[in-house]
Design a binder for this molecule. Structure first.
Ligand code: GLU
Length: 472
């Protein structure tokens, strides 16, 4: 079978197998890691009107129980199918291992086009889906913890939390059954922006290695880099604003209905405003429309960020990609065949399993908050400020110099929840990249970041299984 015929799950397995050959684990252990542990398909009726029912097809896949709970988003899309959910669940296992969050991988999917439903209909579907998960013990703070994904957001997570709580009265840790909740309902500040910000922190760190950038013909640093973003959803939008604010030039943006470009650079906030007003990014003032969404992928730029769905860069269009770096904000945007072509062209692909792990990283922080029942910074903020103030007063007294009120308030400021979340996210993205890069440079036969990421993830999952005493 040629690689382009591989399904999404088969593509993930192909990447896994290629990396697994470079490890020393037993075939049995590798088999256990590779396979999806539990696949749950459901079909349930939802009543929308007096005589109107629909049968909804949905899934939850738990890929690996080497650590529990398992974790992963829930996707609402017409393209949802078993193979896709299995692939996404497997990617979650490797992603969690890479950013060292203590979960196995899982994923959910509901096969609907959310644009075709009213909010109250979506609520009914979400609540019924949650009930199905509860019935089979597929959700819970210590069992399986869903989160947002393509087509879902904080609103859906609030419905899931409420349904779960109603079915588990008195469960004190119920808020830990789902992440990505609205802040008013136990969510954590910064979760919505986390995937996009994580992509930014990761790429900024990638760009800081001057010797790696030299090989690509790029200077180090974000400022002045040209960026193309495919998908102005949650990940793509916050990624775009982070790059824009850091001085990068967003030269093209693609959405499902078309793409726009501007060599002078687009302001993503303006594009978003235009889209809210007209329901499309097309015809945004100061930009030109491209012929198709696909054209944006082939647009001249330093960094291409696919932030939409899987299988966007294929054997067909990979030869025409002009970017020097492909930053996979989406899951599975590059097929195995395209990966080969990009490698031969000298393009650096920063793989999804690392690149978009900011979402689950901040989900982990939210889960900790839900279980500890206290806002980050609540116990320490005032104490930190008082300590900083007394140090500052001492320095001022000893030096005879004093700061302006504005400088003073900046120096003494204690960390709020958002500061701690962003700092934890930044630290996680930096450490994970350094670990992956180290494996790439130190492991014989590993010559791409994706292979390095898979080797590292497989090693970490294997160690967990061995610690459980199941495998020698
Ligand atoms: N859906 C996101 C992902 O694919 C987030 C998962 C989570 O936060 O659990 O990584």
């Amino acid at each position: 079978m040629s690689e382009s015929k591989l399904s999404f799950f088969q593509t993930v397995v192909a990447f896994f197998d290629e990396a697994a050959r470079l490890t020393s684990h037993s075939p049995l252990l590798l088999h256990q890691i590779r396979a999806c542990n539990s696949v749950y398909e459901m079909n349930f009726p939802v009543k929308f009107g007096k005589d109107r029912y629909e049968i909804i097809n949905a899934f939850r896949v738990q890929h690996s129980h080497h650590k529990v709970p398992v974790k992963g988003g829930i996707r609402y899309s017409e393209m949802v199918n078993e193979d896709e959910v299995k692939a996404l669940a497997a990617l979650m296992t490797y992603k969690c291992a890479l950013v060292e969050v203590p979960y196995g991988g899982a994923k959910g999917g509901v096969r609907i086009e959310p644009r075709n439903y009213e909010p109250d209909q979506l609520e009914r579907i979400t609540r019924r889906y949650t009930t199905e998960l509860v019935k089979k013990n597929f959700i819970g703070p210590g069992i399986d913890v869903p989160a947002p994904d393509y087509g879902t957001g904080a609103r859906e997570m609030a419905w899931i939390f409420d349904t779960y709580s109603a079915l588990n009265p008195g469960q004190i840790d119920a808020a830990g059954c789902v992440t990505g909740k609205p802040v008013e309902q136990g969510g954590v500040r910064g979760r919505t922006e986390a995937t996009g910000r994580g992509v930014f922190y990761g790429i900024r760190h990638v760009l800081s290695y001057a010797e790696d950038m030299k090989k690509l013909g790029l200077s180090s640093g974000v400022e002045g880099k040209t960026v193309v973003i495919q998908g102005l959803g949650n990940a793509g939008y916050h990624c775009a604003t982070s790059f824009y604010d850091a001085g990068a030039k967003i030269v093209a943006i693609a959405e499902y209905d078309g793409a726009i470009a501007s060599p002078a650079g687009l302001d993503p906030r303006e594009v978003q405003e235009h889209r809210k007003a007209t329901e499309s990014i097309l015809n945004c003032p100061g930009s030109q429309n491209l012929n198709s969404s696909q054209d944006a992928l082939e647009y001249e730029c330093d960094i291409l960020i696919p932030a939409a769905l899987e299988r966007q860069i294929t054997g067909e269009n990979a030869p025409r990609i002009k970017a020097k770096i492909v930053a996979e904000a989406a899951n599975g945007p590059t097929t195995a065949e395209a990966e080969q072509i990009l490698y031969q062209k000298g393009v650096m692909v920063v793989p999804d399993v690392y690149m978009n792990a900011g979402g689950v990283t901040v989900s982990y922080f939210e889960w900790l908050k839900s279980l500890s029942h206290v806002r980050f910074g609540r116990l320490s903020k005032r104490f930190e400020e008082a300590s900083n103030l007394s140090i500052l007063n001492t320095v001022e007294r000893l030096t005879g110099q004093s700061l302006s009120d504005e400088e003073k308030s900046q120096v003494i400021r204690g960390a709020d929840e958002i500061d701690l979340v962003n700092s934890g996210l930044e630290d996680t993205m930096i450490n994970a990249y350094d670990n992956i890069r180290e494996v790439m440079h130190s492991t014989e036969g590993v010559d791409t970041l994706r292979m390095a990421a898979f080797v590292l993830a497989i090693d970490r999952v294997a160690i967990s299984y061995m610690q459980l005493g199941i495998f020698p």
